[in-house]
Design a binder for this molecule. Structure first.
Ligand code: AHN
Ligand code: ZN
Length: 331
C-alpha cells in the first residue's frame, strides 16, 4: 500500500468506465479499415521465453555482481545481432545507502535519424533484496527477477528480433534500463521515490543522443506472470491517456481482453515517471497490478518466488503481440 495509491471512489470510476467503453467502440470502427492494411508479424512466445530463461541462467543480476556484468554482455550481444545501432550507456549512481553503483543502459535504435519515433523500455537488473518475501529469513536474499526484470526484456528482445526481419515505418528505440530496483528495503523506511529508477533518471537527464525526443513511450514492467492483469496505471492515465487507450484498444482488438482491463489502477513510481519529468515524453506503464494484494502489485513482487516458475509464455505473447501491433500500425 505504501507504493501505490489505490482508487477510492468506485462510483466515479464505474461511470468513467461506462462512458469510456462507447468511445472505444467508436474509435475502433473508424480506424479498422486503415489497420487492416498493415501486416503484423507474429510474435514468437517460445523465443521470448527462451530469452527469459537465458537471463535467469546467470543468476540474480544484482548490480556489482558477475551475473549482472555477464547478463549485460548477453543482452548487448543479442541486440547487436538484430540491430546496427546499439549503444551501451554507462552511468555511476549513488544508492540510498551511499554505495556507488555502476550501471549500463542498453539502447537499440532503428532509423536513428528519423524524428518520428517511439520508445519501448523495461529494466533488466535484479533487486538485491526480496524484502516482501513472506518468510522473514529470506528477505535479504536477492530476487531472481523473472517477472520483475527479465520478462519485459525477453519480450523486447523478441520484438527487436522481429524488427530485424521487418522494419516498422516509424523510428524505434528499445531502451533497457539498469538500476531500477535498488530502492531502499521496506524496513529501512527511507520512503523517497528518488532512489528508484536510477538508470532511467540518468538516461532521461543525459540522453544517448543530444536533444533526444520521441512521440511517446511504453514501459514494460512485470509482463510475464500467468493470468496477469494490466490495469490503467494512474500516472500514465493522467499524462498519457490517449496512448494508453491506443495500447489497450489494440490489445483488446487482437484478443487479449482478459489481460488488458479497462480498469483504473494505482499510481506507480516507475521509470516512466522520470522520462515524463525530464524529457516531457508521455510514457505508459504497462504493469501487472493487482488490487487484491497488499502491495498492489502481482503476488510474488519482491519475493524469492519471482522465479522462472512464475512465468507464462502466453502472457509474454499477449504483451509482445500488442507491442508489435502498436509499433507496425504507427505511421
Ligand atoms: C516503488 O516501489 C516506489 N516503485 C515500484 C517500481 C518497481 C519496482 N517496478 C518494479 N520494481
Ligand atoms: Zn521491482
Amino acid at each position: 500500500m505504501k507504493y501505490i495509491l489505490l482508487a477510492i471512489i468506485p462510483i466515479i470510476l464505474a461511470s468513467c468506465n461506462n462512458s469510456g467503453q462507447k468511445t472505444i467502440a467508436a474509435a475502433s470502427d473508424s480506424t479498422s479499415a486503415k489497420k487492416a492494411r498493415v501486416a503484423i508479424p507474429s510474435f514468437n512466445k517460445d523465443s521470448a521465453y527462451s530469452y527469459v530463461v537465458a537471463q535467469l541462467a546467470f543468476g540474480p543480476r544484482v548490480p556489482g555482481s558477475q551475473a549482472h556484468e555477464k547478463c549485460a554482455g548477453y543482452i548487448t550481444g543479442k541486440l547487436k545481432s538484430w540491430c546496427r545501432d546499439v549503444i551501451v550507456q554507462k552511468c555511476r549512481m549513488a544508492a540510498f545507502n551511499g554505495k556507488m553503483l555502476d550501471g549500463k543502459n542498453i539502447i537499440a535504435s532503428w532509423k536513428p535519424g528519423l524524428k518520428n519515433r517511439i520508445v519501448l523500455c523495461s529494466h533488466w537488473e535484479s533487486r538485491p533484496w526480496a524484502d516482501h518475501d513472506p518468510d522473514p529469513k529470506l528477505r535479504r536474499k536477492p530476487v531472481d527477477a523473472a517477472n520483475d526484470g527479465a520478462s519485459g526484456v525477453g519480450v523486447l528482445m523478441e520484438v527487436a528480433r522481429q524488427f530485424s526481419l521487418k522494419e516498422p515505418s516509424v523510428g524505434i528505440d528499445i531502451v533497457l534500463f539498469d538500476l531500477e530496483d535498488y530502492g531502499p528495503p521496506q524496513d529501512e523506511s527511507r520512503g523517497d521515490d528518488k532512489w528508484w529508477g536510477l538508470g532511467s533518471q540518468y538516461w532521461a537527464q543525459n540522453p544517448h543522443i543530444q536533444g533526444y525526443s520521441a512521440r511517446y513511450g511504453i514501459l514494460l514492467d512485470m509482463v510475464g506472470a500467468p493470468g496477469a492483469t494490466f490495469l490503467l496505471e494512474g500516472l500514465s492515465q493522467e499524462y498519457a491517456a490517449d496512448i494508453q487507450r491506443k495500447i489497450w484498444d489494440a490489445a483488446n482488438r487482437i484478443g487479449y481482453s482478459s489481460y488488458f482491463l479497462y480498469e483504473k489502477g494505482g499510481m506507480v513510481t516507475d521509470d516512466h515517471v522520470f522520462i515524463m519529468k525530464y524529457m516531457s515524453i508521455p510514457v505508459v506503464d504497462l504493469i501487472h497490478l493487482d488490487k487484491s494484494t497488499e502491495s498492489g502489485f502481482y503476488p510474488y513482487w519482491h519475493t524469492t518466488h519471482d522465479n522462472l516458475a512464475s512465468i507464462d509464455a502466453s502472457t509474454l505473447k499477449a504483451v509482445g503481440q500488442t507491442m508489435l501491433t502498436v509499433a507496425y500500425e504507427e505511421e
